[in-house]
Design a protein around this ligand. Sequence first.
Ligand SMILES: [Fe+2]
Length: 136
Amino acid sequence: MDKIEWDNGLSVGIELIDEQHKMLIQRLYEVSEAIEMVQGEGAIAKTLDFLIDYANFHFSAEEKCMAEENYPGLDYQKAKHEEFINSLRRFEQDFKEDGATPSLANHIKDFLFNWLIRHIKDVDHKFGEFLNKKES
Ligand SMILES: [Fe+2]
């Protein structure tokens, strides 16, 4: 899969969150690479664990930041984050049951990556705008 490069279009204007998004994208990419390079199941499982751990860490950090700023979109964000974590868990379950199938690799690209990029550009970006307005 082509590597998704970070560009300013993905910036939400908050450095800490941008850095975490870069890491999240990187970890997702590592899972897809492990699958495409047909690494062993153990290696793939490890990248997947890293990804899920990091996604949980990032979403909590982001939600904490939003709560501290009394962000009105927090509940919506929480619901969306939960949706993504559930997708990752389903993905992990499919991997455990069927191994690294081509359809699993496609799922990363067609669903997980697109979801994340859209979420950053639309949903997280709104939080950046909110903070910006508040501070100006
Ligand atoms: Fe985020």
